[in-house]
Structure formats: C-alpha cells, structure tokens
Ligand binder design. Structure first.
Ligand SMILES: Nc1nc2c(ncn2[C@@H]2O[C@H](COP(=O)(O)OP(=O)(O)OP(=O)(O)O)[C@@H](O)[C@H]2O)c(=O)[nH]1
Ligand SMILES: [Mg+2]
Ligand SMILES: [Zn+2]
Length: 377
C-alpha cells in the first residue's frame, strides 16, 4: 500500500517537475522570440537577407565601406527607391529590439524621442546599463530637434507620414559587457496611426517587437481611444493571435505634457497634488527602478479622473496585455514649471529651464520587459 502511495507521489512530483521545466522553457522561448539576431530591416521590415556590404550616406562613421551593411530592398518602383538603411556590420549579429510609437497627431512622440536622445547622447550609464547612440541620419535629425528645443526654445514640426529612419542604441549590461542589444526606435507620425489601417505604413507600424503609446492629456478621450483600440485589434490580427491567445505587449504608455496638467484640466488642485506626488515618488531616468516605475504607474491609475483615456485604456490593456504587459509613464519632455507657478501660459518656453523628466523610463522598461535585464528592483 505504502509502495503504491510512494510511487503515486513520485509520479506527481515528476509530473510537476516536467510541467515547471516546460513552463520555464516556454518563458525562455517567449523572451527569446523578442531578442533575436536581426531578421528584418528595422526601417522597411524587409528580410535582413537584403543587406549587402557597401558604402552609404546613412551611417556617420568613418570606416571601411564593407564594414557597413546596407538594405538594398526596393521600396518603390516609381520613382525607383531603395531602402538604403545602413548599420555597422558588427551589429547584425547582436540581438535586436524594434520599438515603434503609436498616438494621435501632436501627442508628443517626437518631443519624447528628442528629449530621450538629448539625455542619452552620445553615451550614458544607467544603474544596470551602458547605452551608446549610433551616429546615423535619424540621430542627426533628432540632435537638431533637441538643439531647437533646448537652445532655441522652439518645438519640432509635425512628422510626415513616411517610412521613418529609426534611431539606434547599442546597449550593454554594465556587469557583463558581453551581453548586448541593439534597439531601433522609430518615430511614427500620428497621421499613420490615425489614418486607414489598409496601408503599407500602417503595416509597418504594427511590425515591431514592442510599442510605445502616447496619450495626450489635452485631447478628447474618444479620438485617442479609437486609435489605440484599432491598433490592438490589428496587431493581434497581424500576429495571428485570437483574443483568447497569449497577451500582446509589452506596451509602454507614455503620458507626456504632465508639466501642463494643472493648467489644462478643470480640477487644477488635484493635478497640482498629482504632480507633487509624482516628483517626490522616487528615482527616474538613469537612476530609475522597477519599484519607482510601478509606483508612478499606480499614481496614474489612481488619478484617472484628471487624465483622459486612462480608465478605459487600463481595462482594455489588462485584457490584451495582461496586468504586467503594460505600464503608464507620466513625463515631461521640457521639464516642470517653476515651483508654485502652475500657469504655463505665463511661462513661455524661453523662460523655462529645459530638464526632461521621466523620458528614459519607458525605454528601459521595454528593454527589461523584453528579456534583457535593464532595471534594478
Ligand atoms: N509643455 C510640453 N509640451 C509638449 C511636451 N511634449 C510635446 N509638447 C507639445 O506638443 C507639441 C507636439 O509634440 P510632438 O512631439 O511634435 O508631437 P508628435 O506626437 O510627434 O506629433 P506628430 O508628429 O504630428 O505625430 C509640441 O510642439 C509641444 O508644443 C511636453 O512634455 N511638455
Ligand atoms: Mg512627430
Ligand atoms: Zn530596409
């Protein structure tokens, strides 16, 4: 009797061990699937087979021509146009992570890219990472945009709907420099996300390992929600995932323009308290932690009353991405108004010190959530 019981118990234990091993393996596969050698061009989404050695005007490094690989995929027959996106040959073998932005026009996506670039360029250390920007056409453009904001105090022009040149980061873990990752970030015009989903540019928007959403606190909720809902439906379709299938994500939901909140919402006192709590919460950007990110996320959820979209978007993302598959990132690309001065209209950009706040967190979280350890607990 005891023998049968012990045999049964052993069977259960072996079964459980196999189940745990399988789920761990599945977890690994799931993570690996986002971090893999470059398979497709981060600009045109064509096969990486289209890359051939060759000189180019895209990469701004003085090097041997065949140390650069260029995508020769034809993206238009009339007029004839090749993709011509280039990368240093050494990067082709590193794991790649493609990040694309989704939001309505004017939501703050280009401002976010520029402020992030301003913080990172040319090199920056976070608690866990060493991050280097790769000189290329998109980086030069962002550098000019950031100069316009920080030196000349003017904002970026609206982004035109076209295949955007991604800007690139080379990321290494500080503790083990052998572990590296290349991140390609595409600033996608709000016009693409708002327009018809039946276009090459919309397909391109869907085709990335992870995404940033941009919620504009100054805009009508329904216009923004329809853009995000449409995106979630289409990204599921593209990946061939039924609603009951595994969650999509990770999605970092950026909430830019938080410096203007107390100015633009009816409940100004509540907004001022929210800003105070945000600013005191804990480290952000290069010193950020998972706990601080989660804490600010919860602050956003608890203040859904003064932020459009948040309540309905939270419900939708919980279903689509699971509770850990998305996170809210309150931020300001230009920095906070002087203490005790909630009226932004009295402070033009010329009178403000430009200190971006919270802009690096979504990028670090996306890298972390994709399986590359980037954040301390
Ligand atoms: N005060 C403040 N204004 C911001 C911030 N981010 C964006 N803005 C304002 O919002 C405007 C639009 O920002 P963009 O970054 O150009 O918006 P976008 O999402 O790139 O828009 P499209 O290019 O049309 O897709 C800017 O011109 C600024 O006036 C921010 O953090 N703080
Ligand atoms: Mg833009
Ligand atoms: Zn290409």
């Amino acid at each position: 009797m005891t023998g049968i019981f012990l045999a049964g118990l052993l069977g259960v234990m072996v079964g459980a061990a196999i189940a745990v091993a399988c789920s761990l393996a599945a977890g690994r596969i799931h993570r690996k699937s986002r971090l893999q050698r470059m398979k497709v061009c981060p600009m045109c989404s064509g096969s990486a087979e289209s890359f051939t050695p060759g000189d180019t005007t895209d990469i701004r490094v003085e090097t041997e021509p065949d140390a650069i690989m260029t995508c020769r995929r034809v993206i238009s027959e009339l007029p004839f146009e090749e993709c011509n996106f280039s990368v240093p040959r050494s990067l082709l073998d590193s794991p790649w992570l493609r990040v694309r932005g989704v939001g309505t026009c004017n939501a703050g996506q280009t401002m976010w890219s520029a402020a992030c670039f301003g913080l990172l360029e040319p090199f920056c250390s976070t608690t866990k990472l060493e991050v280097e920007t790769i000189p290329c056409e998109a980086a030069e453009e962002l550098g000019r945009t950031w100069d316009d904001v920080s030196l000349h105090r003017t904002y970026a022009k609206a982004t035109m709907p076209s295949l955007s040149h991604p800007w690139l980061l080379q990321v290494r873990q500080a503790e083990s420099r052998m572990k590296r990752l290349t991140v390609a970030i595409s600033d996608c015009a709000g016009q693409i996300a708002q327009r018809s989903t039946h276009s090459v540019l919309y397909d391109h928007l869907l085709d990335a390992e992870c995404h940033l959403f941009f919620v504009d606190p100054a805009k009508e909720e329904k216009d923004q929600l329809s853009v995000f809902h449409q995106f979630l439906v289409n990204v599921r379709g593209r990946r061939g995932l039924a609603n009951s299938d595994r969650p999509i994500g990770p999605i970092a939901v950026c909430v830019p323009k938080c410096d203007l909140l107390s100015d633009s919402v009816a409940r100004a006192n509540q907004a001022t308290r929210f800003i105070q709590q945000l600013r005191c919460f804990g480290p952000c950007d290069t010193a950020t932690t998972l706990a601080a990110i989660r804490g600010r996320h919860e602050l956003v959820v608890n203040h859904a009353g003064i932020l459009p979209c948040i309540e309905k978007l939270t419900r939708r993302l919980q279903t689509d991405c699971g509770p850990d598959g998305f996170m809210f990132f309150p931020m300001t690309g230009v920095g906070w108004l002087p203490d005790g001065k909630p009226d932004a209209s009295a402070y033009s950009l010329t009178d403000r010190s430009i200190v971006p706040w919270g802009v690096l967190d979504p990028l670090l979280w996306l890298i972390h959530a994709s399986g590359f350890e980037a954040l301390p607990a």
